[in-house]
Design a binder for this molecule. Structure first.
Ligand SMILES: N[C@@H](CCC(=O)N[C@@H](CS)C(=O)NCC(=O)O)C(=O)O
Length: 207
């Protein structure tokens, strides 16, 4: 049985919950992180020395880092499927986009989200917001270009890369910001919204 540790308002927890529901896997979830705490106990730090959410436990195994968890779930529950293809080059491209999400697009989108949603207007650094929106917009344009005329990021079926970027997409389109026009990206986001697991875990009011 799978247990997910993490609050549902965390984008990295959303990734894991979304994929688990796409794969129709049974699981339980324990609120952790933010106001829930629980991430500084000896038990938690033994599973994730960084003390962040999410953590996934399955039987006597535990794992941290959301993208590593996505790979583990695909490898262990749906090996060799389109979610995380077995062919070396196809798999490597999924990995490249997973890394790009963590290292490149995620940070500016995260800064905009914290500034626009979790910071009171009077304390907002609007110059920093404008710069972060512009930076994220450039990276979203790269995602838009990669989707091209496909239905999903890397082709006609979703992969783990869609999961990693998809959690940011709802925030990006729901925030009151001056977004660049990216119709392909918007159509992809609409396609994600039509998937019940995405709507349930990722397309909730921003908090
Ligand atoms: N690279 C890590 C980042 C994890 C992370 O930054 N988690 C945030 C929530 S999105 C967190 O734990 N924040 C502190 C907290 O919730 O207590 C991952 O992808 O899992």
């Amino acid at each position: 049985m799978i247990t997910v540790w993490g609050r549902t308002t965390s984008s990295n927890v959303m990734k894991v919950l979304w994929l688990i529901d796409e794969l129709a896997l049974p699981y339980t979830r324990i609120d952790a992180g933010g106001a829930f705490g629980r991430t500084d106990t000896q038990h938690y730090l033994a599973m994730n020395p960084v003390g962040l959410v999410p953590v996934l436990e399955e039987d006597d195994f535990s794992l941290f880092e959301s993208n590593a968890i996505l790979r583990y779930l695909a490898n262990s529950h749906v090996p060799g499927t389109d979610w995380y293809p077995a062919a070396a080059r196809e798999r490597a491209e999924v990995d490249a986009w997973l890394d790009m999400q963590q290292t490149t697009l995620g940070p500016p989108v995260g800064r905009v989200f914290v500034g626009m949603v979790r910071t009171p207007p009077e304390k907002r650094d609007m110059a920093a917001m404008t710069a972060a929106v512009a930076e994220a917009g450039r990276y979203w344009a790269m995602v838009d270009a990669r989707i091209g005329d496909g239905a999903f990021l890397l082709g006609d079926t979703p992969t783990l890369a869609d999961v990693a970027f998809g959690v940011h997409a709802h925030r990006w389109f729901a925030m009151p910001i001056d977004r660049p026009e990216l119709p392909v990206l918007r159509a992809w986001y609409d396609r994600l919204l039509a998937r019940p697991p995405y709507a349930k875990h990722c397309a909730q009011p921003l908090a």
